[in-house]
Design a protein around this ligand. Structure first.
Ligand code: NDP
Length: 331
C-alpha cells in the first residue's frame, strides 16, 4: 500500500498534528507517457503555512482532504515516458505520497553525482535561490556595508549571510539559540550574532554590533525583531522583505510602530519579493551557487528528519526553530 498525507483541517494558530491525516491507497501504476516516482526527500517550508489558509496569495491554498504538496526529490522507479529512465532523480512540487505517477510536467532531472540530492531542496533549490536573488537583485550589497539577516541560521538566512560575506560586507545574524549563534560564526563566517530570545533590548544590541548603522536588512521574520533592526537603518538602506514567519500563526493583527516616516527620513527602499519573480534567471543563480559551493566559499547545513510519518512534525518544528539550515525529511 502507498502512504499519503492529506490536509485534514485549516490550522488556527500554530499547526498541530490534527491538521494532517494519514491514509493508505493502492500502489499507483505508470500508464503510457508516465513515470512512477518514489519519494526520497521532502522539503518542509514556512510558506506552506500560508497555503493552509484560504487567503488569496501568489500560490493557491491547499484543498481539504487532498494531499499536501511541497518540493520533493524523487527517483524514477518505472518509466513509460521517453524523457525519463529508471534511476533518474527528479525534483518538483509533488504530493506528500510515498509513490506517485507523473506525466513529466513540472518535474526536472537533477544530477545525483554533482551534489547531495537533498541540496536540491535547499542551497541548490528554492531557498538558496531566494537568498541569492533577494540579496543581489534588491539589496545590491557593496563591499564594506553592514548587513543584518533575521532567521539567520535557517535555510535562506544562512545562505544570504554567506553571500553578503562573499560580496565583502560585514554581516550580523539574528537567531533563536546560542547553538545557532555559534553556528553562524563558526560555520557560516558571520561577524556577529544576536540571540533574540535572550536579548532584552534588540534595538540597543544591534546598535552595539553595528556602530555605523545598518545598510541592508534581509528580513525573514518581521514583527518586533524587524522593528528593532529598522530603528538602526541607515540613509539609502535597502530591505528585501523575504518572509515574516513571526506572524504566520497569528490569529490577530499585531500592532507595531508605523514604519513610513523612518523609510522617508532615511530614503530606504523596502521591497517584498517572491523567488519565482526571478525564474528566468534560476539557471544563472544555480550556476553561481554551485560555483561558490565547489570553491568552498559557501557552506550549508541541513536538519534531516527520518521517515515519511515525520513530515507533519518536521513542518511544525520550523515554528519552534528546531532546524539548523534547511529542514528536510528523508523517506
Ligand atoms: P528556516 O529554515 O529559516 O526555518 C524557520 C526558522 O524561523 C526557524 O528555524 C526559527 O529560527 C525561525 N522562527 C520561527 N518562528 C519564529 C518567530 N516567531 N520569530 C522569529 N523567528 C522565528 O526557513 P526558510 O529559510 O525556509 O524561510 C525563512 C523565511 O523566508 C520564511 O519567512 C519564509 O516564509 C521565507 N521565504 C520566502 C521566500 C520568498 O520567495 N519570498 C522563499 C523561501 C522562504 P530561530 O531559532 O532563529 O527562531
Amino acid at each position: 500500500m502507498n502512504k499519503v498525507i492529506l490536509f485534514n483541517k485549516r490550522p488556527v494558530g500554530k499547526p498541530t498534528l490534527d491538521d494532517f491525516k494519514f491514509v493508505e491507497e493502492e500502489q499507483p501504476e505508470a500508464a503510457d507517457g508516465q513515470v512512477l516516482l518514489k519519494t526520497l526527500y521532502v522539503s518542509v517550508d514556512p510558506y506552506l503555512r500560508g497555503r493552509m489558509t484560504e487567503a488569496k496569495s501568489y500560490i493557491p491554498p491547499f484543498e481539504l482532504n487532498k494531499p499536501l504538496q511541497s518540493a520533493v526529490v524523487a527517483e524514477v522507479v518505472k518509466s513509460r515516458h521517453d524523457g525519463f529512465k529508471v534511476g533518474d532523480f527528479v525534483t518538483g512540487s509533488l504530493d506528500w505520497k510515498e509513490f506517485q505517477v507523473s506525466n513529466g510536467s513540472g518535474i526536472n532531472k537533477v544530477d545525483g553525482d554533482a551534489a547531495s540530492l537533498s541540496a536540491y531542496l535547499g542551497i541548490l533549490g528554492m531557498t538558496g535561490l531566494t537568498a541569492y536573488f533577494g540579496l543581489t537583485e534588491i539589496a545590491h550589497p557593496k563591499s564594506g556595508e553592514t548587513v543584518v539577516i533575521s532567521g539567520a541560521a535557517g535555510a535562506v538566512g544562512s545562505v544570504a549571510g554567506q553571500i553578503a560575506k562573499i560580496l565583502g560586507c560585514r554581516v550580523i545574524g539574528l537567531a533563536g539559540s546560542e547553538e545557532k549563534i555559534h553556528l553562524l560564526k563558526s560555520k557560516f563566517g558571520f561577524d556577529e550574532g544576536i540571540n533574540y530570545k535572550t536579548t532584552a533590548d534588540m534595538k540597543q544590541a544591534i546598535a552595539e554590533v553595528a556602530p555605523n548603522g545598518v545598510d541592508i536588512y534581509f528580513d525573514n521574520v518581521g514583527g518586533a525583531i524587524s522593528d528593532a533592526v529598522l530603528a538602526n537603518i541607515n540613509k539609502f538602506g535597502r530591505v528585501p522583505l523575504c518572509g515574516s514567519i513571526s506572524n504566520y500563526n497569528d490569529t490577530e493583527v499585531e500592532l507595531g510602530p508605523r514604519i513610513q516616516s523612518t523609510l522617508v527620513k532615511n530614503s530606504v527602499l523596502m521591497q517584498g519579493f517572491i523567488v519565482s519573480n526571478y525564474s528566468t534567471k534560476f539557471k544563472d543563480g544555480i550556476a553561481q551557487l554551485s560555483k561558490w559551493l565547489q570553491e568552498g566559499k559557501l557552506e550549508y547545513a541541513e536538519t534531516v528528519v527520518d521517515g515519511f510519518d515525520q513530515i507533519p512534525q518536521a513542518f511544525i518544528d520550523l515554528f519552534e526553530g528546531k532546524n539548523n539550515g534547511k529542514m528536510v525529511v528523508k523517506i
